[in-house]
Design a protein around this ligand. Sequence first.
Ligand code: ADP
Ligand code: ZN
Length: 432
Amino acid sequence: MYWEKEIETLDRSGLEALQLERLKITLNQVKHSIYYDRVFKDLNINADGVKTLADVEHLPMTTKDDLRDHWPYGFLAVSKDELIRMHSSSGTTGRATVIFHTANDIEQWTNIVARSMYMTGMRKNDVFQNMMTYGLFTGGLGFHYGAEKIGALTIPAGAGNSKRQIQLMQDFETTTIHVIPSYALHLMSVFEEVAVDPRKDTKLCRAFIGAEPHSEKMRKKLEDFYGFKAFNSYGLSEMCGPGVAFECPSQNGLHIWEDNFLVEIIDPETLKPLPDGEEGELVLTTLVRDGMPILRYRTKDLTRIIPGPCECGRTHRRIERIKGRTDDMMILKGVNIFPIQIERKLMGVPGVGNNFLIILERAEFTDLMVIKVEVQREYFMGDLRQLETLRRRIVEELKSDILITPKVDLVEPDSLPKSEGKAKRVIDNRKD
Ligand code: ADP
Ligand code: ZN
């Protein structure tokens, strides 16, 4: 049941001792980069001054902008000859950042991806179809290497080409897929179009869904339709990519691999650490990275540590599903709203289809939120009063959660722009 029993179930003090040892090595490693060498000198930081894990609080934080400002090689802690791979972030919030890996970095990354997949029950007799973009995006090769490490037959399907994906699943009896949740939702209508029932006509039993925020309701909707168990997969290119945190069979939070990463949750305003249980921004330090180690990286992702042990026996702490990025927060009439709140409500309303889009407009006196929601085709046939009833119900549901009254437009299936990568949920047309 464990990929590496000893490390996955190491008791807290053992884990912390390992983290401290690796943190010290990392601090001596980062000094070799142009960026940290300068920062350490400017701030008068002595790498050997770190004696306990709590001392990490005195180390500088690193942001995406720091990576961008020292693009492309400012964070390299080894000579270029040592590198074997480059990846980049998706560029969701601006210019993409690049990350370089040594052979050892790739091995470490592959191992935590394999560990994560194995944890969910995937074995060498599984057939794994990786429906993620290959290339610079880490979701392709990251999972690919992990699956091969387990020894599973791996189909590098890549993203898009929906009908072919379904054909591959049927022809090669795929059991396990890796897919972006919004794309999995879109694929449901393609399954319907080609009259294939994934529960009856495929061998799918497991999916890894990640790369973007999604609600529990969204997971349920996918699990009900496909008949698989969907495991939340969290990662970011700056730390390696997928494999940073992953759900175990308990599906109650994601184990974050603490032998590879030092985890902090901070208050994004004061930058002070928060205790387990409190929601804040996830901050991560690489502990086994040679090529491009990063200290206290501000992920901008909001979550909390779930206190207490997990029933699976793993000791690595769990984070709750990501609520969103601090960048994604919409402020309307003084109310803070995350797209996931809207998704959660929409996924719970019968009749709602597979896509939606939030548009923010500045009206004469106030801001306006328009939500375009795809609904099932039957609503556009026959008695249109049903459509109006559904629309009112959606407005009421949303109002109860986000406290403002959005304008809801119901649209036909497949009419909104769809993405093969991360879904773009919000268009902000407000001018400052
Ligand atoms: P970018 O930051 O440009 O999107 P990445 O491809 O490295 O580049 O994506 C990492 C980010 O994707 C994370 O910081 C997080 O915001 C989001 N993400 C990844 N996995 C998940 C997940 N399971 N749930 C929510 N958000 C996720
Ligand atoms: Zn667990």
